[in-house]
Write a protein that binds this ligand. Sequence first.
Ligand code: ZN
Length: 293
Amino acid sequence: MRIGTIEAGGTKFVCGVGDESGNIHHHVSFPTRTPIETMQDVLKFFDNKNLDALGVGCFGPIEVNPAHPDFGLLTTTPKLSWRNFNILKSLQAHFECPIYLDTDVNAAALSEALWGAAKGLDSCVYITVGTGIGGGMLVEGKLVHGLLHPEIGHMFVRRHADDPFEGTCPHHKDCLEGLAAGPAIASRWGKEGKDLQNEELVWRIEAYYLAQAVSNLILSLSPKKVILGGGVMSQARLFTYIRENVTDLLHGYIDKPETAQGIDHYIVSPGLGNLAGLKGGLALAAVAASAIR
Ligand code: ZN
């Protein structure tokens, strides 16, 4: 199969062409502009590519229920020009092949389960920590949706005793994203994370919040693998600190080897590196195609 994939992010769009085995043949990346301008860039890339299917992992919040009349509609996104834009309908007007859409993070979770760090497992959580915080999840072999879709970046966390920072979330101030996404780090400390490498407290506080999110997800969804990606996670010591904090928080209650001696292989970075999102589109199309067959 010749599958097109779009990783539609609030900062950049990545478009590629690949196959149902997770191979990307080539891809391009461009900044996210207005919907009309960005869609022009997308169509230009896919012109004459003769796709059998297109998979799209999109930022949100977005309506992802195929039975809903507004399937594909972006809703309360902070990207104002994208509010009330239906990305799926816009694509359907130009592509004849089937199009499969889910959140960017659900798509990434699926690609990690097919080809990456959660390969062979029917369950995982994929969390990205960057400009925002988002999470996708696969439970009993299915991506999780519901009333909308999970928005774990906005879960509420206990405050670190040494952190008076008010938080950056326009909706909740000190939710997880408001306290721990890249812009929160920059705003709290007056510098970007990459310029705070030697500041121990920065990463202790960061790990304290992320570990609460991870622990809450372990307690609620019981994932078989927890995958943490995104720009902020390139600070590698965070993995060590998060594992330590998760161990403290769970306090032996989840009596499984994965959360004890195996924790280094349980809370991990994406097996597909920074291609987890782009391969997510391939994964959505590949799974849909195999279900049809
Ligand atoms: Zn929030």
